[in-house]
Design a protein around this ligand. Structure first.
Ligand SMILES: C[S@@+](CC[C@H](N)C(=O)[O-])C[C@H]1O[C@@H](n2cnc3c(N)ncnc32)[C@H](O)[C@@H]1O
Length: 273
């Protein structure tokens, strides 16, 4: 059901214009934008920019590093790494329209020189082996049934000794999920691995797991704080709701339940190639 994935994410249309409108109504000057101004919409995962920065701390990044972001979405995590570490980041994503908008957003915040985005499939990466000093993937594998291929491909393109950082949503012990969720409106494109399966998949692809961190409680606290803030102050004009429209609020309330009842967990892994 891989074709269902771009249809799920990319159906919004005119995304760059919607983001620009939201920014203007939030009082932002588009000529003075910083990457952080986009983070409520382009860091499309639990705990947003803060989670990206935590992951990046473990990636041994330097200015001359070349990094691949697998499933880069609108490019927020790629821009955060480029801005904080001065490294070059290529983002690859299955959803063509997200890649196009990611290019536009990098241009808005003067990071086009350090980031580039292209359409492609995580299970068949269009790069030669050992091309990247590091790679990361944030909240992507939950749409991918062939996770063994995805991690084998990541291992192939990262130089030996380089870091592969993974931050994903896993299947918890609380049973079947409530849908819709932000990555799927029904189970047909949702494929969550358990923590035990993840360890086997990453080791099986040839990675050495250096560390793992379960952030499920932090994710729940973060989401509840955001929901409370939205209830008190109204939704920010530039949030992921722009991507989904009508059922966004149902997705958020399902996510709170899925986390509370441990139907899902958020876990990150730092691996060495
Ligand atoms: C929830 S978004 C996360 C985006 C980004 N990593 C972030 O954290 O902001 C999931 C992304 O994974 C992408 N994706 C899903 N399956 C993919 C695949 N097989 N190959 C590449 N990208 C994929 C989707 O198009 C979507 O942009």
């Amino acid at each position: 059901m891989i074709e269902g994935v771009p249809a799920h994410y990319g159906s919004g249309g005119d995304l760059a214009e919607k983001i620009a409108e939201g920014l203007r109504s939030a009082g932002k000057d588009l000529n003075e934008l910083k990457a952080i101004d986009l983070s409520a919409v382009d860091e499309f995962h639990f705990r947003g920019r803060e989670a990206t920065l935590q992951l990046a701390e473990e990636m041994k990044l330097s200015e001359d590093a070349r990094v691949l972001d697998i499933g880069s979405g609108l490019g927020g995590p790629a821009r955060t790494l480029a801005e904080e570490y001065g490294c070059s980041v290529i983002g690859l994503d299955l959803t063509q329209s997200f890649c196009e908008v990611a290019v536009i957003l990098s241009d808005w915040v003067n990071l086009a020189e350090w980031t580039d985005f292209q359409q492609g499939d995580a299970t068949n990466l269009p790069f030669a082996e050992n091309q990247f000093d590091a790679a990361m993937t944030i909240h992507v594998a939950m749409n991918i049934p062939a996770k063994d291929k995805m991690y084998q491909q990541a291992r192939r393109i990262v130089k030996p000794g380089g870091i592969f950082a993974v931050y994903d949503i896993l299947q918890g012990e609380g049973g079947e999920l409530l849908f819709p969720v932000p990555w799927a409106r029904n189970p047909s494109i949702s494929h969550l691995a358990t923590p035990d399966e993840m360890k086997m998949l990453l080791s099986g692809a040839g990675f050495k797991i250096l560390g793992a961190h379960d952030s499920t409680h932090e994710s729940l606290n973060w989401l509840e704080a955001r929901t409370t803030h939205m209830a008190q102050s109204g939704p920010s004009p530039v949030i992921t709701q722009i991507l989904f429209g009508g059922d966004y609020l149902e997705m958020i309330s399902n996510q709170i339940c899925n986390l509370t009842e441990r139907k899902i967990r958020t876990v990150s892994y730092i691996c060495e190639a």
